[in-house]
Design a protein around this ligand. Structure first.
Ligand SMILES: [Zn+2]
Length: 66
């Protein structure tokens, strides 16, 4: 068992149909994978996210044991 962090895209408002999730050892890594996912799968530019969006997304990163 190790501690890790996960993000499931379907937890995000409006993304309920998206099957993607990422798990990584650190929040920082999850954040980077999340941004890459948003770019590739949802054609979003993470550089355009405002603080409110970033705060909201960071609440969706959950600690997990793997
Ligand atoms: Zn997604």
């Amino acid at each position: 068992m190790a501690n890790a962090f996960s993000y499931s895209c379907r937890d995000c408002e409006g993304m309920e149909a998206c099957p993607a999730s990422v798990v990584a050892e650190t929040k920082d890594e999850v954040w980077k994978l999340m941004q890459l996912h948003a770019q590739v799968a949802h054609d979003e530019n993470p550089a355009d996210w405002d603080n409110e969006t970033r705060d909201y997304l960071s609440t969706l990163i959950k600690p997990v044991s793997v």
